[in-house]
Design a protein around this ligand. Structure first.
Ligand code: F6P
Length: 344
């Protein structure tokens, strides 16, 4: 059954994309598929940008960060005529199916292509933010948190030497999963999540002073999505999907200056930003990427359209794309209670 399958990676890149592309192609070859890479996310389908995609391209990418297909935050439903150009590219390439690897935005487009236009699409979940519903974890998350924990531990060393409060700002967009796991795994003294907007500054400073007196340093993990008490609202910059671009908010510097003022303890910060998006994928992300890519090929072979390969426990199953893109998966309250235990 020689199907011609288009493959794209959209949105923020992350480690695990290449293992996923590799898993898809290896399993697809079992099914006799022919693949064509669409370059730079949905832009590739809009502009007909293609890349060769076969054994040769994927055989040695299991340990490579980034994506060999390139990516962008292009929304084919945003601009006049973009969708029609997508249909034309699909026809010109003679595609039988398309695999979209992405987060809520990219898979949101895939959902509409299936539900509104009946196109044969299958989704592969990907985001370092782990904020995609209907799947337990997304690849990219484990590597990004591993990088953040390493950074936190380096901050502890210099903080302890200089008797300082150290603040680490991590990515994660509007969900606090990255900050949560980084906070717990690095033994942070305080962790700030966007899901808890009301920051109790007095309690936080009291606690940090107590910890500093005990350990001669303190570590704070802050998600880029929080609002620092008293911080002016930054001018909103929106991307193609209407998301506020967070890089301009400067949570790290603002929070650190506030803590130094309020506690009287010298404080410093680090913003690791895109360093969490690069580098070789961890074991977990290589395995998860490979398995969801492999599953996507089987979903195509079964003609199970409009599905996403999701991790449930230790199984990889097909779930409706609508379920995955219906709402953002944010950190539930029980995790915040869990965190409180470690603020002693
Ligand atoms: O969604 C992944 C992510 O890294 C977010 O954590 C972050 O807010 C955003 O992308 C950064 O986007 P960009 O790479 O376009 O600046």
């Amino acid at each position: 059954m020689s199907l011609k399958v288009g493959v794209l990676t959209g949105g923020g890149d992350c480690p695990g994309l290449n293992p996923a592309i590799r898993g898809l192609v290896f399993r697809g070859l079992d099914h006799g598929f022919e693949f064509v890479g669409l370059e730079e996310g949905w832009r590739g389908l809009v502009e007909g940008l293609t890349l060769p995609l076969g054994l040769e391209q994927v055989q040695s990418i299991i340990n490579q960060g980034g994506t060999i297909l390139g990516t962008s935050r292009t929304n084919p439903f945003k601009k006049e005529g973009y969708f029609e150009r997508c249909l034309a590219t699909w026809k010109n390439l003679g595609l039988d199916a398309l695999v979209a690897m992405g987060g809520e935005d990219t898979l949101g487009v895939a959902t509409r292509l299936f539900t509104e236009h009946g196109l044969h699409v299958v989704g592969v979940p990907k985001t370092m933010d782990n904020d995609l519903s209907a799947t337990d974890f997304t690849f990219g998350f484990d590597t990004s948190v591993t990088v953040a924990v390493d950074a936190a531990e380096r901050l502890v060393d210099t903080g302890r030497s200089h008797r300082r409060i150290m603040v680490l700002e991590v990515m994660g967009r509007h969900a606090g999963w990255v900050a949560l796991y980084t906070g717990i795994a690095s033994g942070a003294d305080w962790t700030l999540l966007p899901e808890n907007p009301d920051i109790d500054l007095a309690a936080m400073c009291e606690h940090l002073k107590k910890v500093h007196a005990r350990k001669k340093y303190a570590l704070v993990i802050a998600s880029e999505g929080i609002k620092v008490p008293g911080q002016e609202s930054a001018k909103e910059e929106l991307d193609d999907f209407g998301h506020m671009i967070l890089r301009s908010r400067g949570v790290g510097p603002e929070l650190t200056a506030l803590l130094e003022r309020e506690t009287g303890i010298e404080s410093r910060y680090a913003v690791i930003g895109h360093m969490q998006r690069g580098g070789s994928p961890t074991l977990f992300d290589r395995m998860l990427g490979t398995r969801v890519g492999y599953k996507a090929a089987d979903l195509i072979a079964e003609g199970d359209w409009g599905k996403m390969a999701a991790l449930r426990g230790n199984d990889v199953i097909g779930v409706p794309l609508e379920e995955a893109t219906a709402q953002l998966k944010i950190v539930p309250p029980e995790w915040s209670r869990f965190l409180e235990t470690f603020s002693k």
